[in-house]
Design a protein around this ligand. Structure first.
Ligand SMILES: Cc1cc2nc3c(=O)[nH]c(=O)nc-3n(C[C@H](O)[C@H](O)[C@H](O)COP(=O)(O)OP(=O)(O)OC[C@H]3O[C@@H](n4cnc5c(N)ncnc54)[C@H](O)[C@@H]3O)c2cc1C
Length: 448
């Protein structure tokens, strides 16, 4: 249908959509507005830039505006969309460098504004200088600069995967790191307690102080943060990092009247269409469907953002693509451990109306006689009644985490415990035993 596509938010979902729409329709005019100084960047690489593993911030940019220009896509960084007018079908844009404001009409609109780190106003002192979170590449540059000069003592508030990655990055830079989390163990929203406690031990073994079941009451300091008051403790800090999770960035869409769904993210169908004709959404700001329980979810992962963006782009460009949903499969490195999960955990399974049964297998990623094989634990969660596998978790040493993909693929195809107990998985002494731990965990779940 051609005309003009305007993209709001020029990162994973937005630029995937733009690129795919371009492949589908050579005549479409595409303009993307991005508030930060970089488009098409890898937020996932930011902790590794702070750690110094990635040397320059530019290496985290997948495609520059110049490369997009070669594709016939006009990506304008440092441009903020301030309002969407659905009646007049235009956006109002502020050029943050030039200082001008202008309107741009669209025939199709892609809302890909992502998610922002939570910064609860209920915690006094949260807006003090020295209380930082991570979203854009500029945030990563600020954090790395602080670690080079002034951050000897760091408190990480929250123990989700971004908090843990940053704890490792900052500890690696020589800071004394304390993690304070309300949860009974780290990664409490994704991991079952038994698996989470293994990660707790690894964090403590790495020299990080970990305060679980602890509420942050306030952040103390006059002109900048100097500590965190948590329970009875006052933990001194030169830097407070907020890893409290993220929320979909929907203020712009909501103000325009684009309907939200039950999760608070933008409601879309499986073609990434919002409920407004010609308006699309994908990535962290949009809902999707969980394949195991069929419920609407809003999970903030780069995998989902890239895929949903591509689906939107295909449909914007005149094709017909449908997004099949998600399992929330994720993996994170936490010091010496690889930690991965897919599907529902035990609590989520029960809350979804299943009768969960869990099988756990502990062993090594190698035959019993193989020297230095990494230890690992696999858990498989299934429905007691039907045997359907609902979720799985893997915690282990180097090279173990991507085993989660076998579990994810099985769950994707609605495998049962019996399928997984007998699945023909690869074996040789340097990698596993003749019975892979996935086989054993599934057998244990079937016969608890
Ligand atoms: C530190 C960190 C580590 C991560 N690690 C992983 C990982 O290992 N694996 C994984 O799968 N996922 C990871 N993620 C999540 C992943 O980065 C996100 O899911 C993904 O970036 C979402 O893409 P998006 O395009 O939907 O949103 P975003 O990446 O948030 O992009 C949205 C963009 O929209 C811009 N924007 C917002 N409002 C406006 C406006 N009004 N005008 C103009 N521009 C606007 C923002 O500046 C932003 O650049 C990580 C995220 C972070 C922050």
């Amino acid at each position: 249908m051609s005309g003009r596509l305007v993209v709001v938010g020029g990162d994973a979902a937005g630029m995937s959509a733009a690129s795919q729409a371009r492949r589908m329709d050579r005549d479409l005019e595409i303009v993307a507005f991005e508030r930060s100084g970089y488009g098409s960047y890898s937020a996932c690489g930011e902790p590794y830039y702070v750690a110094g593993i990635v040397d320059s911030i530019e290496r985290l940019v997948a495609r520059t505006p110049e490369r997009f220009a070669h594709m016939g896509i006009d990506l304008r960084t440092r441009h903020e969309v301030e309002a969407i007018d659905l009646d007049r079908r235009l956006v109002r844009v502020a050029d943050l460098e030039g200082g001008s404001r202008f309107e741009m009409p669209w025939d199709q609109l892609m809302v890909s504004t992502g998610a922002h780190p939570l910064r609860p106003a209920s915690i006094a002192g949260i807006d003090l200088p020295g209380v930082l979170a991570l979203r854009t590449l500029e945030d990563a540059v600020t954090l790395r600069a602080m670690t080079e000069h002034e951050a000897e003592r760091v408190v990480v508030v929250g123990a989700g995967y971004i908090g843990l990655e940053m704890a490792e990055a900052l500890a690696g830079r020589g800071a004394h790191v304390t993690i304070v989390t309300l949860g009974p163990h780290v990664l409490e929203k994704t991991l079952d307690p038994e698996m989470g406690r293994i990660v707790d031990d690894a964090v403590r073994d790495a020299g990080v102080e970990l305060l679980t079941d602890t509420t942050v009451d306030r952040i103390v300091g006059d002109v900048k943060a100097t500590g965190v008051a948590a329970g009875d403790a006052l933990v001194p800090a030169d830097l407070v990092f907020l890893g409290l999770g993220t929320a979909p960035d929907v203020a712009l869409a909501e103000a325009a009247g684009i309907p939200l769904g039950v999760t608070g993210a933008i409601a879309v169908d499986d073609r990434q269409r919002t409920r407004v004709e010609g308006v699309w959404s994908a990535g962290d700001c949009a809902e999707t469907v969980h394949r195991v329980n069929g419920q609407a979810v809003n999970i903030h992962l780069g995998t989902i953002a890239n895929k949903t963006g591509r689906i939107a782009g295909t449909n914007i460009g005149g094709g017909d693509a449908r997004f099949p949903g998600v399992l929330g499969t994720a993996i994170v490195k936490v010091f010496d451990l690889e930690v991965a999960c897919t599907g529902l955990n035990t609590a989520q399974s029960a809350a979804s109306g299943f009768d969960p049964v869990v099988g756990i297998a502990k062993g090594r990623a190698g035959a019993s006689y193989w020297p230095d094989a990494a230890g690992m634990v696999v858990s498989v969660i299934a429905d007691r009644v039907t045997g359907r596998v609902l979720g799985g978790q893997v915690v282990g040493g180097e090279g173990t985490g991507k085993r989660i993909d076998a579990l994810a693929t099985a769950i994707w195809k609605e495998a049962t415990l019996d399928d997984l107990a007998w699945a023909d998985l690869a074996y040789a002494p340097p990698f596993t035993g003749v019975w892979d731990l996935i086989n054993i965990a599934s057998r244990n779940a079937a016969d608890p």
